[in-house]
Each structure stands twice: as structure tokens, then as C-alpha cells.
Ligand binder design. Structure first.
Ligand code: AR6
Length: 179
């Protein structure tokens, strides 16, 4: 585990499984239907049980770059924030902005509900094929920017990386953050 304080918010990096996190919310790497899928999405719905998809059905989907909140069923977290990252094409279709927006909207949804600790997976870098080094810089840069704007509103933001290789990429991006 690696940690760094940024503007009153602790940013943690951990290697592991997002479904095991006991933060106020965990973030799902969802798709626009919000009706489930593979990867993180499949793992969250499997571990959390059917109440999550039942709630999702009532939300009417979610735009790319946006995020919506549900309960967390049987998961140790209290809430799931379903965020939709972009499918990576060639980097010229607004992918960077949409990825930053997915992180920013997730944090806004958390803060709107008074949630102070949030765990993220590496959104868009699996099935959606976003290059991970660029994605890590966007993810951490966006969290640092929101932490600076909203001093103290977020206690902990944890990135839960699924492999040692992904962890190493995020560790490098965290060390490269200014300040
Ligand atoms: N905990 C943490 N990270 C995980 C876990 C887990 N349990 N499982 C996978 N990862 P992905 P995306 C990593 O594909 O690229 C779904 O079908 C994985 O190794 O889950 O945003 C949705 O329904 C990778 O590094 O999300 C969408 O259709 C990262 O999490 C689509 O996939 C993200 O991989 C979204 O694709």
C-alpha cells in the first residue's frame, strides 16, 4: 500500500479486489445501461447480490462521463457509485475528458451524499482499453484537483488495482503529482 496526502485528502493505492473494500462507497466501472457486465461490474453484482441491479433498473441508464449512486447490497461498502468511462478508440474522441468526468462526477455524487471515503477501480483500462499510464495520470490528477477545490470534504480516496503491474503504474503517477 502506498499513500499520499493531497490538500487534506489521503490518496491510497492498494493491490486487491474492489468488492472487499469497506469504504463509504466503492465505484463500479459500469456501462451506459447500468444493467451489469464483466470485469469490475460483474464482480460487484455477483458479490453484492440482486438488490443492486434492481435499483439500477430504476435509474434509466447513465451517460458516459457521468455517475449514479445505489445501495451496496451484501457488500461491505455502504454504497456503489456506478461510473461510466469511455471506450478508448484513438484518443481523439474526447476520451481523456470523458474519463476525467467519470472520476469527477463520482466524487461529486459521493460528496452530495455526505460520503467521505471512496474506493475506485482503474476505470476504462480493462474491456474499454484505455492506455493505463495516461488513465492513471487522469485519475489521480482529477482526484487531486477535486481535493484541492473541496478541502477536507473527502477523507480518503483509494485506488484498488487488480495486478502488481497496474499498481506500479499508479504508484508512478501518484509520485509525479505536483505539490
Ligand atoms: N477489483 C478491482 N479491479 C478489478 C476487478 C476487481 N474485482 N476486476 C477487474 N478489475 P473493466 P472498463 C480491473 O473491464 O475497462 C464491463 O463489462 C481490470 O483488470 O472492469 O471500464 C462493464 O459492464 C481493469 O484493470 O472496466 C462495461 O461494459 C479495471 O479493473 C465494461 O466492462 C477495469 O476493467 C467497462 O470496461
Amino acid at each position: 500500500m502506498t499513500s499520499r496526502m493531497v490538500a487534506g485528502t489521503r490518496i491510497d493505492l492498494a493491490e486487491g479486489d474492489i468488492t472487499r473494500q469497506d469504504t463509504d462507497a466503492i465505484v463500479n466501472a459500469a456501462n451506459t445501461t447500468l444493467l451489469g457486465g464483466g470485469g469490475v461490474d460483474g464482480a460487484i453484482h455477483r458479490a453484492g447480490g440482486p438488490s443492486i441491479v434492481e435499483e439500477c433498473r430504476r435509474l434509466g441508464g447513465c451517460a458516459t462521463g457521468d455517475a449514479k449512486l445505489t445501495g451496496a447490497g451484501r457488500l461491505p461498502a455502504r454504497h456503489v457509485i456506478h461510473a461510466v468511462g469511455p471506450v478508448y478508440r484513438d484518443g481523439r474522441h474526447g476520451e481523456a475528458e470523458l474519463l476525467a468526468s467519470a472520476y469527477r462526477r463520482s466524487l461529486e455524487v459521493a460528496m452530495t451524499h455526505g460520503l467521505r471515503s471512496v474506493a475506485f477501480p482503474s476505470i476504462s483500462t480493462g474491456a474499454y482499453r484505455f492506455p493505463i499510464a495516461e488513465a492513471a495520470a487522469i485519475a489521480l490528477g482529477t482526484v487531486a484537483a477535486v481535493a484541492a477545490e473541496r478541502q477536507g470534504a473527502l477523507e480518503l480516496v483509494r485506488f484498488v488495482l487488480f495486478s502488481a503491474a497496474d499498481f506500479a503504474v499508479y504508484a508512478q503517477a501518484l509520485a509525479a503529482l505536483p505539490g
